[in-house]
Design a protein around this ligand. Structure first.
Ligand SMILES: Cc1cc2nc3c(=O)[nH]c(=O)nc-3n(C[C@H](O)[C@H](O)[C@H](O)COP(=O)(O)OP(=O)(O)OC[C@H]3O[C@@H](n4cnc5c(N)ncnc54)[C@H](O)[C@@H]3O)c2cc1C
Length: 489
């Protein structure tokens, strides 16, 4: 019998760890392939699916969240082939060996869960926050429901020129009415809506043509009802090489658009009574200044752009500046949290892999049956859609390995209920996909009553209780229907 025909008879059992975009794109791709029967169990440490689409994407970007309909459409009704086990964390409730014993392949789609630090003196002061924590707080991530942010300060600095930094600025500038139409977590609405911040300094190391944010998000900062984006004359300066490339239309189109927006749309002064978002370029933070244990400012070193081998590069100057502020949000990137048993390269912030096949080290031999996708595979970059071709590449590797008979045979598969038995033994209260649908319905109903897309559950025990209650009432409804049916007979 050829490898191919033997493979058609045995269902391919795949564990996907992480129910974010990358995990879902991988599941959809696996289920779509007509050549194989695939059985997927998807695990997530949270009871709710969709990763950063739920807990990262800003609440005022509701339309972007509609991508979850595509994920749901790809798995719903496929109960024989797809199951979700939410509230199950790899490394806490299960370890990698547990999965490798029960599945032909494990796909790690765990994203990048922690943030990069500035690594400068003063970072421990009160009022210095990772933007990731702030975002998770206003988005109702259960791990951050109790986080505290003092928004009674007049001036804040947001360090970083990526889209997440822009989200933080925008959310600080939204009015209570604007926020009240979103699914911002209930616990964040009052503080965020009535924050006292009047000025936000949005600080980056390089120039307006090097910023990582995308033009669409950047343009939004110029269209806020209660805030103005301001760029000083000094910060409008462009290096002659950049200007030449720009004028010759040789600049990357996204960067060219960013430059155009910075020069055209930004004001020199904010309208009276409005908040100011002061866009600053060419500044590297070198120390956070404090009084007692609270932040009172940020010391930066000015950079300048110089030409080296025909390219524009950043070079530090002697010019030091102190920027007064009452809070700092650092937004300079995310880090992948290592998992025991999974190869990890700290310097590259990546699980070493070749097109999604996990390797022992970069360029080294593969770890049979172990795959990776999404941010954990390529680092924290790209938009939601970037994860789709990324997942397809990983799934192609996996299916090729399956077809070639290169996946290890799981040792502990007997009857099919092994993973539930293990989770029960470990005392894990897991959440299925239909449980999630109950939660989803409750959130949407409760939100719609207030003219909002949903009101999120923000703590795990409450979610588990709500699921228990909803299950009970579904059973009661079914009993009533069946009793009524018997009466008719
Ligand atoms: C703040 C923020 C805002 C963003 N906004 C946008 C936007 O507006 N538009 C856009 O296109 N892109 C946006 N992005 C980018 C987009 O969110 C990412 O490209 C995408 O979420 C990455 O997908 P992922 O599946 O790799 O990771 P994630 O979305 O992080 O999903 C990883 C999942 O793995 C789970 N997990 C982690 N560790 C474990 C474990 N040990 N056991 C079990 N489960 C685990 C997590 O709970 C999570 O659900 C944003 C990113 C951030 C950080």
């Amino acid at each position: 019998m050829s490898e191919d025909s033997s493979r058609r008879d045995t269902p391919l059992r795949v564990a996907i760890v992480g129910a974010g975009p990358a995990g879902f794109y991988a599941a959809v791709e696996l289920l779509r392939d007509p050549r194989f029967t695939v059985k997927i169990d998807m695990f997530d440490r949270l009871p709710t699916p969709f990763g950063l689409v739920r807990h990262g994407v800003a609440p005022d970007h509701e339309k972007i969240r509609s991508v979850t309909r595509f994920y749901a459409g790809g798995v719903e009704g496929r109960t024989v082939h797809y199951r979700m086990f939410g509230n199950v964390e790899l490394g806490r409730d299960l370890d990698l060996r547990d999965l490798r014993q029960r599945y032909h392949a494990v796909i790690l789609a765990i994203g990048a869960q922690s943030d990069r630090r500035l690594d400068i003196p003063g970072e421990e002061l009160r009022g210095v926050h990772p933007a990731s924590a702030f975002v998770a707080w206003y988005n109702g991530h259960p791990d951050f429901a109790d986080a505290r942010f003092d928004l009674s300060v007049d001036k804040v600095v947001v360090v970083g020129h990526g889209n997440v930094a822009l989200d933080v600025c925008r959310m600080l500038c939204r009015t209570p009415e604007e926020l009240g139409r979103t699914d911002t977590a209930d616990h964040a609405l009052p503080g965020l809506g009535s924050n006292c911040v009047r000025e936000i300094v949005l600080l980056g190391r390089s120039g307006p043509a090097q910023a990582a944010y995308t033009p669409q998000e950047f343009k939004e900062l110029t269209e806020l009802s209660e805030a103005d984006l301001v760029v000083s004359d000094e910060d409008r300066e462009i290096h002659p090489i950049t200007r030449k490339a720009w004028e010759a239309e040789e600049l990357d189109p996204l960067r060219a658009k960013n430059l155009q927006i910075a020069l055209d749309s930004a004001r020199r002064e904010a309208r009276p009574g409005k908040k100011t978002i002061r866009l600053r370029f060419h500044c590297t933070p070198i120390e956070i200044l404090g009084q007692q244990d609270r932040v009172v400012g940020l010391r930066v070193r000015r950079n300048r752009q110089v030409e080296r081998d025909g390219a524009v590069v950043i070079e530090p100057t002697d010019q030091i500046e102190d920027i007064e502020c009452g809070a700092i949000f650092r937004s300079i990137g995310y880090r992948i949290a290592p998992i025991e048993g999974v190869p990890f390269e700290l310097d590259k912030n990546q699980i070493p892999n070749d097109k999604g096949q996990v390797l022992i080290t970069s360029g080294g031999p593969p770890v049979p049956g172990m795959f990776v996708t999404g941010w954990a595979k390529r680092g924290p970059s790209g938009i939601i859609g970037t994860n789709k071709p990324d997942a397809l590449e990983t799934v192609t590797q996996l299916l090729d390995a399956w077809q070639a008979g290169a996946l290890p045979e799981p040792a502990a598969v007997v009857s099919g209920g092994e993973i539930e038995a293990l989770l029960d033994r470990n005392g894990v209260q897991y959440v299925t996909y239909s449980d999630w649908k109950l939660l989803d319905q409750l959130e949407v109903q409760s939100g719609q009553a207030e003219g909002r897309p949903r009101r999120k559950f923000t703590d795990v025990p409450t979610m588990l209780r709500a699921i228990g209650d909803a299950r009970l009432s579904t059973i009661r409804d079914q009993q009533i229907v069946s009793t009524a049916g018997q009466g008719k007979g």
